[in-house]
Design a protein around this ligand. Structure first.
Ligand SMILES: Cc1cc2nc3c(=O)[nH]c(=O)nc-3n(C[C@H](O)[C@H](O)[C@H](O)COP(=O)(O)OP(=O)(O)OC[C@H]3O[C@@H](n4cnc5c(N)ncnc54)[C@H](O)[C@@H]3O)c2cc1C
Length: 523
């Protein structure tokens, strides 16, 4: 059998090749798609993986993508509900395994990077963690450069950012942690544009999914009922082999499950009662001592949060916030006073004289919320839940988008093994990767004495240890870098407890006790 593959310049090229009978076995390569926008994303549908002909293809294609072994064809039509970051990322994973993916979104999606109704948090500061940037690059190779070319600000997350917590700042040192700052709509637009370059993605805007369509005979979700405001208004049923709920924190999946006779998942909540106030300012590079951002984390004595970050268009975005009702006021003077009350004056110094580019914009975030779908013993086939609909974290830690990116990589891997038991496998994979960011968010929130929740001895020790580590890290580049790698979900928190690290923490703090400003320690 001869394999013939052609690559088209800048567009898709589909090569279909049927193999002859070999050794009495039939091998049929039904579709081999090469998506140049995705840097050699190859989908291969095959019948009989044992033939020589397939091996020839396999070797060839593997040299193109290095990932062909991870492909499996799972079905014809898939539907993703919601076209925010979660939905786009879910669609990216599903697109490798289904012939067509329709993403359904109730909003009209703006051409320009502007906030929209369905994603009200889009007006507020969104940090992309280093793990998220890396994952996005795996899903959309070259995206970092594209975003930077259009105005996103690239920097070093250790060298270019002020990190304040526990009454002190980490040291600033060159690192490999690439940070990318931009507004949330700018990032979402960039990801959407790349997704829509895939030939099998279709976007339906101004269409609201009312409920999934259930096939009672098969015990599976077989599509969705959609109410469309685009073109012909009215309710329509769309069929699908897979439906993914990426409708965010307000997902109605639990109610849908109940109505179909399934149990709803256990919900874990930690109330934080965060209130944010955000504003955009004109940015001059010399402000903030030439740094690209600063995070003043909630810590004793006042637990107030302040974040400032550079954005596309020579802008700063500033979000101030507080826990359990200690919210920044919506008036000019009150907002400035709140900034002045932070434990360091850096943000106040920038905003008291910077040109204002937006009104003050409020946001309330009540609870960390996690839905434990992985615990359910029964779940309809053909249906998944994704992104914030699974878990919504206190935004102060900037984790939600990065977790959605990691879920995309996990979903891709789960689908590569086919659709048998896919919900249980995906929910377990997602649960494992949610565990660490959840512990970071909830564990840190529980340092606040007013936040209600279980504080086992292990957590109290870990929080105490991290405060010690932070203090020692002021003058230790290794501790600083390892800590920020953990915060950026590149390393497991357990690595911070390794004996070598503990020794650095202990000796660093002993040195500090003798000399409050010892020199910075390098490896
Ligand atoms: C104030 C704030 C700040 C944040 N800051 C950060 C940060 O710094 N870094 C970070 O990584 N994360 C941050 N997050 C979290 C981040 O915004 C989310 O994790 C991310 O948007 C992924 O969410 P999602 O796509 O699952 O859901 P959402 O963003 O909530 O999107 C749901 C989408 O589904 C659509 N939809 C809903 N119902 C239907 C329906 N029935 N039919 C059709 N469409 C529907 C909505 O219109 C919307 O587009 C922050 C969150 C908040 C609230």
């Amino acid at each position: 059998m001869k394999a013939k593959v052609q690559l088209a310049e800048g567009g898709k090229q589909v090569v279909s090749q049927s193999g002859p009978h070999m050794n009495g076995m039939t091998s049929v390569i039904t579709s081999l798609q090469i998506h140049p926008g995705c840097s050699m994303l190859v989908s291969l549908r095959l019948v009989n993986p044992e033939t020589l002909g397939l091996r020839a293809h396999y070797a060839f294609a593997t040299s193109l993508s290095g990932r062909l072994g991870a492909m499996a064809h799972c079905g014809g039509q898939a539907i993703v509900i919601g076209a925010s970051m979660g939905g786009l990322l879910a669609a990216r994973a599903v697109a490798e395994h289904y012939d067509r993916v329709t993403v359904i979104e109730r909003d009209e999606l703006p051409e320009a990077p502007e906030p929209r109704k369905g994603v009200p948090q889009g007006r507020h500061l969104h940090a992309l963690l280093a793990r998220g940037r890396e994952g996005l690059e795996q899903l959309f190779p070259g995206l970092t450069e594209e975003l930077v070319a259009e105005g996103a600000v690239r920097g070093d997350s250790v060298e270019d950012v002020i990190w304040f917590n526990h009454g002190c700042c980490l040291c600033n040192t060159p690192s490999a942690l690439v940070g990318l700052t931009m507004s949330r709509p700018f990032l979402e637009n960039g990801v959407r544009r790349r997704l829509l370059r895939l030939p099998n993605i279709c976007l339906r805007q101004r269409s609201e999914v009312e409920e999934p369509v259930f096939d009672h005979d098969q015990g599976r979700v077989a599509g969705v009922r959609v109410w469309s405001r685009a073109g012909a208004d009215g309710v329509e049923a769309l069929t699908a082999d897979l439906v993914v709920d990426a409708t965010g924190r307000g997902s109605r999946c639990a109610a849908w499950l109940n109505a179909l006779g399934y149990a709803a998942p256990r919900v874990e909540k930690i109330e934080v009662g965060i209130g944010y106030m955000t504003r955009l300012y004109r940015r001059r590079p010399e402000q903030l001592n030439g740094m690209l951002g600063a995070l003043f984390a909630a810590c004793r004595p006042d637990w107030r949060v302040g974040v400032i970050a550079a954005q596309e268009g020579e802008r700063w975005i500033v979000s101030l916030g507080g826990y359990l009702g200690d919210h920044p006021p919506a008036d000019e003077e009150g907002f400035l006073e709140f900034a002045r009350s932070l434990q360091k004056p850096d943000i106040f110094q920038v905003i008291r004289e910077a040109e204002k580019l937006s009104p003050l914009m409020p946001y309330r975030f009540g609870t960390n919320l996690r839905r434990h779908y992985a615990e359910l013993s029964r779940f309809p086939q053909g249906f998944l839940v994704y992104g914030d609909a699974l878990c919504s974290f206190n935004p102060v830690y900037g984790q939600g988008m990065t977790v959605a990116i990691m879920e995309s990589l996990a979903l891709r891997q789960c689908l590569a093994a086919g659709t048998d038991d896919i919900a249980r496998r995906f929910f377990r994979a997602a649960d494992r990767l949610i565990d660490i960011p959840w512990q970071i968010a909830v564990g840190s929130d529980l340092q606040h004495p007013g936040v209600q929740g279980n504080r086992p001895a292990r957590l109290r020790f870990f929080n105490w240890y991290i405060a010690q580590l932070f203090r020692a890290a002021q003058t230790d580049v290794v501790l600083t870098t390892r800590f920020l790698e953990t915060l950026n979900l590149i390393r497991q928190p357990a690595a911070l407890l390794a004996p070598r690290m503990a020794l650095r923490v202990w000796s660093g703090n002993r040195r500090r006790a003798r000399d409050p400003r010892p020199p910075v320690i390098r490896p």
